[in-house]
Design a binder for this molecule. Structure first.
Ligand SMILES: Cc1cc2nc3c(=O)[nH]c(=O)nc-3n(C[C@H](O)[C@H](O)[C@H](O)COP(=O)(O)OP(=O)(O)OC[C@H]3O[C@@H](n4cnc5c(N)ncnc54)[C@H](O)[C@@H]3O)c2cc1C
Length: 488
């Protein structure tokens, strides 16, 4: 993930190339709140915050501001509201749907956009072993939080390849899922409490005391799960941890068809309570990733592969091997119980996104499809893409047991995205709807899918969401244009 961090180019704080006369009053006000060193107004300093991880989404901010605590965040919200500027909250900058960078065509009504970066809200306050909860700033990276949990003898179960950059606040804001959601649920299930600054700059503490049970009123923290920076800025979280599962075993199983992979997932899930990773890969994606990593294939590449990991207090290798034998899949599998061997196998799946990014700017689809429609979806998606972009390369992989597929489309010509990316979005997301799926399984709606929310959400649901947005952010200053079609 080192390349991801490099998106944040060397900081040049406000003031270095602005004469005082040129500095807009909002920038002066922001600098008074957070200190001039934490307001980035020059284009080169802002650049790393203005283009998303994929390179597809880009917009211009008036400034990037980096508050140090909740009080500074609240003061920043007030200053932006007074200046009629809008706020794009940004955490680790690993989101894949364009929700964490400024809007390309402005926010629609000419208001300036200010990026509020949470990267300085990164203190781990501690781990409470009695409740098995970790308290930390919302800008804490997943990797740092996982380390703190491990140091306290517990585990933070959510895991994904962007762990070194993705932040706890971003994970909640997108309801991230990742590799181990089939056993531990998405961020939603692991959230114990949060603190947030609302659009009117008030601060709410939702279950931040660590109480396991608290049914007094609406669960405001839960409301912010998946809200993508449109309802509040999360500044701190309490995260539920799990007992450690230090013994792990990984297997890679080669198969002929996606239907075979789905059948294997269906058989193994009930047979293997220790199963926590069950991922789908196809030959093209595996070949690209192995070449990107400079690794030899661990076995002859088959058209389809399933990557499995079991974890527990005791070594789960025998259990995994027995389940594979019962499923008739043991002859086509390679496995590893040692840490280096496991990492090598896991990397083939985890580094798909990096390998694709190195090959070009992809159009990325994170979708959900019921298990019994996955094979149909995978065979049709290639044809649907080919009808729009005949020479594109399609690489599909995903979290098989969750029915969560990542379809990555690399256009033959990078200019195709601007010319007909919308047509591609429409074709693929309509296929998802025909397969009774969801247009977003774990990345959120962002700006990418805002026009397609209605494909898999009923009008009454969208109306309820709009009512919440209008009630909590009546001036539409928090991430306008993200998540919801025309909020105002
Ligand atoms: C290589 C790679 C692999 C990935 N794998 C997975 C995966 O397996 N599963 C998965 O679910 N995702 C995955 N992602 C996507 C991404 O990591 C997640 O969406 C993550 O939750 C984004 O967190 P972030 O801190 O980077 O948020 P950002 O990208 O900074 O922001 C994402 C959204 O959250 C909002 N936001 C961020 N912080 C806050 C806050 N404190 N308060 C309010 N709103 C906020 C932003 O406004 C934006 O709308 C992957 C990304 C990459 C690059």
């Amino acid at each position: 993930m080192a390349d991801m961090v490099a998106h944040h180019v060397a900081d040049r704080p406000v003031g270095r190339s602005h004469s005082d006369a040129m500095v807009p009053p909002l920038i002066t006000a922001l600098a008074e709140i957070v200190g001039p060193g934490h307001v980035l107004a020059d284009p080169p300093a802002r650049a790393g915050f203005e283009t998303d991880w994929t390179g597809r989404w880009h917009g211009e901010a008036l400034a990037v501001v980096r508050p140090a605590d909740t009080a500074e965040v609240a003061a920043v919200v007030t200053a932006c509201a007074n200046a009629e500027a809008v706020i794009v909250t940004q955490g680790g900058h690993t989101g894949l749907v364009g929700g964490g960078v400024p809007r390309a065509r402005g926010c629609g009504d000419g208001r300036p956009q200010v990026v509020v970066s949470t990267t300085r809200l990164n203190a781990v306050d501690g781990v409470d072993t009695a409740t098995a909860q970790l308290a930390a700033g919302a800008g804490t990276t997943l990797a740092d939080a996982q380390r703190a949990a491990r140091n306290a003898g517990l585990e933070l179960a959510l895991d994904l390849a962007a762990r070194d950059s993705a932040t706890l606040g971003g994970l909640i804001a997108c309801d991230a899922g990742g590799l181990r959601a089939l056993r531990h649920g998405t961020a939603r299930r692991q959230l114990a409490g949060l603190r947030a600054v609302m659009a009117d700059a008030t601060v709410i503490d939702s279950r931040m005391t660590g109480l396991i049970k608290d049914t007094a009123g609406y669960d405001l923290g839960a409301l912010l799960v998946g809200s993508e920076g449109t309802l509040a800025i999360i500044t701190a979280v309490r995260w539920s941890l799990t007992p450690p599962r230090p013994a792990r075993a990984v297997a890679l199983v080669g198969l002929q068809t996606v239907a075979d992979a789905v059948a294997l997932a269906r058989t193994l899930r009930p047979a293997l309570p220790s199963l926590e990773v069950c991922e789908l890969m196809l030959r093209d994606g595996m070949a690209l990733t192995l070449a990107h990593l400079g690794l030899a294939a661990p076995m002859a590449l088959s058209p389809v592969a399933v990557l499995l990991e079991c974890a527990g207090a005791q070594d789960p290798m025998d259990e995994l091997a027995a389940a594979l034998a019962d499923a008739g899949a043991d002859q086509r599998a390679v496995s590893a119980a040692d840490s280096a061997g496991r990492e090598r196998l896991l990397a083939i799946r985890e580094r798909h996104a990096d390998a694709i990014a190195a090959a070009g700017v992809p159009v990325k689809f994170d979708v959900g499809v019921p298990l019994d429609r996955i094979a149909e979806f995978c065979s049709e998606v290639d044809q649907v893409v080919a009808a729009v972009w005949p020479r594109a390369r399609v690489i599909t992989f995903g979290h098989l047991a969750d029915g969560n597929l990542h379809v990555n489309v690399l256009p033959a010509d990078p200019g195709d995205i601007a010319a007909s990316g919308d047509a591609l979005d429409d074709a693929v997301l309509r296929l998802v709807a025909r397969c009774s799926g969801t247009v977003s399984a774990e990345h959120g709606i962002g700006v990418h899918k805002v026009g397609h929310l209605q494909l898999t959400r009923a009008p009454a649901e969208i109306a309820a969401m709009l009512a919440i947005k209008r009630a909590l952010d009546p001036a539409d200053i928090l991430n306008p244009g993200v998540g919801l079609p025309t909020a105002f």
